[in-house]
Design a protein around this ligand. Structure first.
Ligand code: CU
Length: 280
């Protein structure tokens, strides 16, 4: 069954993905048993209660307990699937990472019809965002570049890059309506709800290589829903760091040159000038 289902599922590139695929397989086994069982029962009933054998309707009906036992059995299997597999998998998925796991925290903000991605940059602090700074084409997140924490922030549109083998927390929100952040290869799907910032945890265990994996919106969110599509690239950590450094360099002014050592030692006030070169 796993083999069969695997043929129809996208590649699995997240750490928790195999558990969800396993659960999918179990649910399909149950559905197969129900389908075959109910189908066989239906055919049996057609013959057993055919009009030739039962010319007059029986108002008492069948008296056996078989259907009760069957229903209880099905409910038990469903309870096992729910309590032994689905709820533990969900609980693990929503639990925050341990302190020492150094997750990469990324903000993802849905809007009609794009995914905005916001990295905090090397300082690890997200810069302030202000409503009045939002500009659809140049600053869709309203990032305040005058905020010191925002200077090294990196934003992209429809482009999520992540390092492999590092836990990721996506802080998911939306600017307008309900969207659904779907990363099929990561077995991640989470609704984005206006007014909420929902943490989504996963860890990529495979790089995307030459492929471009999809970020889909899995919730019909308006006329342009069909084109609300982004791309996910999972890179080796060194490649990710290099990309991040290049993006930060694009946005940040080059650092001031180091003051000359002689000037710093000059007792006639040169040290003050050298220490505050941006004021001269
Ligand atoms: Cu959408």
């Amino acid at each position: 069954m796993q083999w069969l289902i695997g043929r129809f599922l996208p590649v699995n590139a997240s750490e928790h993905g195999p558990h969800l695929d396993y659960l999918t397989m179990l649910v399909h086994w149950l559905m197969l048993a129900l389908f075959v069982g109910w189908g066989a029962y239906f055919v049996y009933v057609l013959f057993r209660f055919r009009s030739g054998r039962s010319p007059r309707a029986s108002y008492a009906g069948a008296r056996g307990q078989v259907s009760t036992y069957t229903e209880v059995g099905v409910a038990l299997v469903e309870a096992v699937l729910l309590f032994a597999f689905a709820i533990p998998a969900w609980a693990k998925w929503v639990a925050p990472y341990p302190e020492d796991s150094d997750p990469l925290v990324v903000r993802v903000v849905g809007e009609q019809f794009a995914w905005n991605v916001h990295y905090s940059g090397p300082d690890g602090v997200f810069g302030a965002r202000r409503l009045e700074l939002i500009d659809a084409s140049t600053n869709p997140l309203g990032l305040d570049r005058d905020d010191p924490a925002a200077r090294d922030d990196v934003t992209t549109i429809n482009q999520l890059r992540l390092p492999v083998q590092r836990p990721v927390t996506v802080l998911l929100s939306t600017k307008d309506v309900i969207h659904s952040f779907s990363l099929p290869v990561m077995r991640v799907k989470q609704d984005a709800i206006p007014g909420l910032e929902i943490p989504v945890h996963f860890k990529a265990v495979k790089t995307s290589g030459d492929e471009r994996w999809e970020i889909a919106c899995a919730q019909l969110c308006g006329l342009g829903h069909y084109r609300m599509r982004g791309f996910l690239d999972v890179l080796e950590p060194a490649d990710f760091d290099a990309w991040m450094a290049a993006e930060v360099a694009k946005r940040m002014p080059a650092p001031e040159p180091e003051p000359e050592p002689e000037a710093a030692a000059d007792p006639e006030g040169g040290a003050v000038e050298a220490a505050t070169p941006q004021e001269s």
